[in-house]
Structures are given as structure tokens and as C-alpha cells.
Design a protein around this ligand. Structure first.
Ligand code: FMN
Length: 526
């Protein structure tokens, strides 16, 4: 025995390598039955799997050019990272975009840019850019709300995001005067850091759920009563990445904390069905909106991705008949993000933002309803020129999800669905989220929003306007094809945006319903 151990101990290192490779080869050929390549090409077959697994990183870091990647290319990500860190976010030498390419947009500048008068609020604060409309004012809700920022955090739940990420985002919106949409996972303690909140619920009714899994008005009322940070309520009909797709929250993921916040029992899978149990038709949805608004005093809106228009038209007709309706509509594009969705849904179901929004807005404009609704857009709109296009088409605010994630450190690893997000943002792993420095990251989100608003205002001024609500469909051109290369949005999408009543940013500043309390207190002079 001793001599055998001695022989083994004296084996040279290369003999150990040979033994190890021989064992791998035996496993590949005789033991494992799942991988043909490993069986047919023992040992070297592993190289193929390994190279495939690191392919995305290799392409992202070394191979893909600056404008090539999706959903966000390197230049877009770099602009967000630099803006969030208040670093130099300019580009030198001129654009590297092919500005003749299909779908490229141009903002038409005025001969002489808009000049701020001496007493203008943007002289004291060049980042002050509130929404030009008040949510809930037409329907005379008890607590109308004017977002103090035109850019805000889109629906992302605690559950799909880590506690540290939600915390950083709420502190970030607090510092920048924006709001944070809770997403479907209920209102967590991390949403209560002082920022404005839009409470969002879907078919799982998390946070406002009765024991049998239906919507509970009592819980809704109590939630609003207990949490004055909630400024409005959003009913999710659908989202761009997976409209009409339900989901399961597996029992294994339901921690004590998640069970409390979402109002679900531990140890059992929880279903988010594809459809709502609180309403089955457009009139019933209208009734729910009115009931919630009546009971809570808050404005109530809906979020949807756009495909067919007949039920939206039914909603518009009902709004005319009854004089009631949602206070805001969030239109999500088919290019929208998600924590997890089947590719067949994410790639194909629902229209891209420009087509979806233009058809919906046109419909509501035909019924003369646009003044009654605050339109919110989401779908890769967190860049000033894209936002200018969206405002020209009729939005009043934009929501950003993945751009907000990037501002706090997301590297677009695209593994949100695996619980292994390397940046700790889209995971419940305590270790991974431990790397998030919440105060620093909240500054980053806040700085991204401020830089965005400043640049958006500069583009607006270059076009001759004081506020982006003044953009018209004729102010933006888009490359459509090779013959008539460049057309205005109005001729491309076949409508003109309704004029948004606007009397100056000073009046928005003076509005009693303006949100973003802490930002307003600290950042703006009279
Ligand atoms: C991690 C993650 C979680 C999301 N969770 C929700 C959700 O709970 N409810 C919802 O309506 N949309 C959800 N979305 C969609 C976003 O709110 C948003 O509509 C979409 O990503 C488009 O915005 P973006 O292009 O700025 O990311 C989620 C998106 C991401 C990336």
C-alpha cells in the first residue's frame, strides 16, 4: 500500500494530466449519454461548448462594432454610463452613424435657437423639465399629479430586480424629481425611500391581492392610505415583451419577504394568469378605473402594448359616451424589455413603439380625446433625440427600464431570467447584490436623468422651443426609403399631433400638483 502511494506521489505532473484526460474521455464516451459531440469527439468536444458559452462576451468586447449590438449598442450604453457618472459624454470628429440609413431620424433645428429669458427657471436649473400635462386633471381626481420630470423609471418589480437595485432607483428618483413605477411585484420597503411612486399591478394583483388571488379594493385603499409616496395607479393590461403571456412565481423563489410584499403564501407556486379576473370587458375595465380613482383619490391609468385596435376603439367610444376614462395610457413598444419572456413573444408579438404608438394616438385624436389623457411612452426611448421624436408624436412623458438599469451598472449581460445577473441588479442572490453601492448608484441614476433632461432641453431649444411638448410631427424627419428618402413624421405616420396647451415652464414650476418634492426643495430657486 505504502509503495503504491509513494509511486502515485512521485508521478510527474504530466502523468496526472494524462490520467485526468483519460477519465474525461471515459466519461464522454461511456458514461454521459446527452451530448453527441462529446461522445464522438471526446475531450476536444468540451472546447466547443466552452467557446460557445463565452461567445457573447467575446463578441461584445472584441468583435461587434460600436453600433452593431442589440438591444443597446456600445455607443448608446457608453452615453448612459458617461452621463450617469457626469463624465465627458461627447463624441469627437463627427457622427459615426450612417445618417442616410432607413429609420434614421433628424430633428429640424430653427434658424436661431430659443433664447431663455433672464428670469427663466432653466437658468437656475438647466435640468428642470416637468411634464406639461397634469395626470388626473381632466377627470378631476382628488389628487392630481404633475410629474416633475419627463423621464421616469418604468415598471420593474422587486423580484425581477434586487432589493439593492430598487433601493438605488428609488433614491435616484428622489434626488432627480422623477417617479418610480413599482412593476408587478407590489410595493416593497425599498420603494419607500422618498421618491414618487406609481403603483402598478397586473393579473397577479401582488400587493393588493385577496386570499383567493383576486383584486382587493380594501387592500388597495389601505396601501394608498399608508403610503403617500404613491402618486398614481397603473393597471397593466400588457407589456411589449410578452403581451397576453401569463407567468409563474415558483414556490422556491418565494422568500418570507416576497410573500409579505406580494401577499402570497409561501411554499406554493403562484400564477399570474394571462388575463385579469377583475374585469372581462372594456366597460368593466372602465368601471374598475373609476372605482379605484373614487376610492383612492388618485389618478388611474393603463399600460399596454399595441396590436389590434378594436378594443382600444371601444374604450375611446366609451370615454366619449361616459365622459370618464383612464387618466394616462402608457404605450410600451414590442422592443420593450422584460425580466423573462419566451423569444417567440419578445421577438414577434405586438408592434414596435413607433407603429403601435402612432396608430393608438391617431385613434384617440380622431375621437378628440388626446387632451384628456397623459400619454407615456416606453421602448428604448431614453436618449434625447429619440425622446424628441416621441414627444413630436404625442407623448407627454417617457418611462425607461433598461436605460435606468444601465445607469446603475447593468452591463447588458442578458441573463435577467437566470438569477445570475453579474451586476447584482436583476437577481435575488445576496452575494451578487452585495456589490451594489446604493448611495453611489442612486446618484448615478439621478445624474443620468438630469443629463438626459439637460440635453433634451438643449435639443428643444435648438428646434426653437421652450418645452418638448411643443414639438410637432413636422419638426422631425425620418428616412423612409431610397426614393423619397426623407419625410416628416406627419406624412410618414399620417396624422398631426394635437397642440398641448403650454404657457411656459415657469407656470409648470408654480403648479400646486408638481411632484418630486425633495428635488424641488433642494434644486430650484424661485
Ligand atoms: C427587468 C425588467 C422587469 C420588468 N418588469 C415589468 C413589469 O413588472 N411590468 C411591466 O408592465 N413591465 C415590465 N418591464 C417592462 C418595462 O417596464 C418597459 O416597459 C420596457 O422594458 C421598455 O422600456 P425600456 O426599453 O426602456 O427598457 C420590465 C422590464 C425589465 C427589463
Amino acid at each position: 500500500m505504502d509503495s503504491m502511494l509513494n509511486t502515485l506521489a512521485n508521478l510527474p505532473w504530466w502523468a496526472w494530466v494524462i490520467v485526468f484526460l483519460a477519465l474525461v474521455a471515459i466519461r464522454d464516451i461511456f458514461v454521459q449519454k446527452n451530448h453527441t459531440i462529446s461522445h464522438n469527439f471526446p475531450i476536444v468536444g468540451h472546447l466547443r461548448y466552452w467557446l460557445e458559452s463565452i461567445g457573447p462576451e467575446m463578441r461584445q468586447y472584441f468583435v461587434a462594432n460600436n453600433r452593431e449590438e442589440l438591444p443597446f449598442n456600445r455607443i448608446e450604453r457608453g452615453w448612459i454610463y458617461a452621463s450617469a457618472k457626469k463624465e465627458n459624454n461627447y463624441e469627437g470628429f463627427g457622427t459615426d452613424r450612417d445618417i442616410y440609413a432607413h429609420q434614421h431620424i433628424f430633428v429640424k433645428n430653427q434658424m436661431m435657437a430659443y433664447k431663455l429669458p433672464g428670469s427663466h427657471p432653466n437658468i437656475t436649473d438647466p435640468c428642470f423639465l416637468p411634464c406639461a400635462k397634469i395626470i388626473g386633471s381632466y377627470n378631476k381626481r382628488k389628487k392630481p399629479y404633475r410629474p416633475a420630470s419627463v423621464i421616469n423609471v418604468s415598471a420593474m418589480s422587486f423580484g425581477s430586480l434586487s432589493a439593492a437595485a430598487v433601493d438605488a432607483m428609488n433614491n435616484g428618483v428622489r434626488k432627480s424629481g422623477a417617479y418610480q413605477n413599482t412593476g408587478e411585484g407590489g410595493l416593497s420597503p425599498y420603494h419607500k425611500q422618498g421618491g414618487d411612486v406609481i403603483f402598478h399591478f397586473g393579473t397577479g394583483y401582488f400587493g393588493v391581492r385577496s386570499e383567493d388571488g383576486n383584486f382587493s379594493m380594501e387592500k388597495m385603499k389601505q396601501l394608498v392610505l399608508d403610503n403617500p409616496c404613491i402618486k398614481a395607479i397603473e393597471i397593466k393590461i400588457s407589456q411589449g415583451a410578452k403581451p397576453g403571456k401569463g407567468g409563474v412565481l415558483p414556490a422556491a423563489k418565494i422568500t418570507h419577504e416576497i410573500s409579505e410584499i406580494r401577499g402570497v403564501v409561501m411554499g406554493k407556486d403562484v400564477l399570474s394568469p394571462a388575463t385579469h379576473s377583475a374585469f372581462n370587458s372594456v366597460p368593466e375595465l372602465m368601471q374598475l378605473i373609476e372605482d379605484i380613482a373614487e376610492q383612492t383619490g388618485l389618478p388611474v391609468g393603463i399600460k399596454g402594448a399595441i396590436g389590434k385596435l378594436d378594443q382600444w376603439e371601444e374604450l375611446a367610444k366609451l370615454m366619449i359616451e361616459t365622459g370618464k376614462g383612464p387618466d394616462f395610457i402608457t404605450v410600451d413598444g414590442g422592443e420593450g424589455g422584460t425580466g423573462a419572456a419566451p423569444p417567440s413573444f419578445a421577438d414577434h408579438v405586438s408592434l414596435p413603439w413607433v407603429y403601435g404608438f402612432s396608430s393608438l394616438y391617431k385613434l384617440f385624436k380622431n375621437y378628440d380625446l388626446t387632451e384628456r389623457i397623459v400619454f407615456i411612452g416606453s421602448g428604448k426611448l431614453g436618449f434625447p433625440a429619440k425622446a424628441a421624436m416621441a414627444f413630436a408624436m404625442g407623448v407627454d412623458c417617457i418611462n425607461v427600464a433598461r436605460e435606468a438599469m444601465m445607469s446603475i451598472g447593468c452591463i447588458q449581460a442578458q441573463v435577467c431570467h437566470t438569477n445570475r445577473c453579474p451586476t447584482g441588479i436583476a437577481t435575488q442572490s445576496k452575494w451578487l447584490q452585495g456589490g451594489i453601492n446604493v448611495p453611489l448608484k442612486s446618484d448615478r441614476l439621478s445624474q443620468y436623468f438630469k443629463t438626459f433632461r439637460k440635453e433634451f432641453l438643449e435639443i428643444t431649444h435648438a428646434a426653437g422651443y421652450e418645452h418638448p411638448c411643443q414639438f410637432t410631427m413636422d419638426d422631425i424627419q425620418v428616412n423612409v426609403d431610397d426614393n423619397d428618402l426623407n419625410r416628416s413624421l406627419s406624412s410618414t405616420y399620417g396624422y398631426n399631433k394635437a397642440v398641448v396647451p403650454f404657457s411656459g415652464i415657469q407656470d409648470l414650476y408654480n403648479c400646486p400638483y408638481l411632484g418630486g418634492n425633495e428635488y424641488m426643495k433642494n434644486k430650484i430657486g424661485p
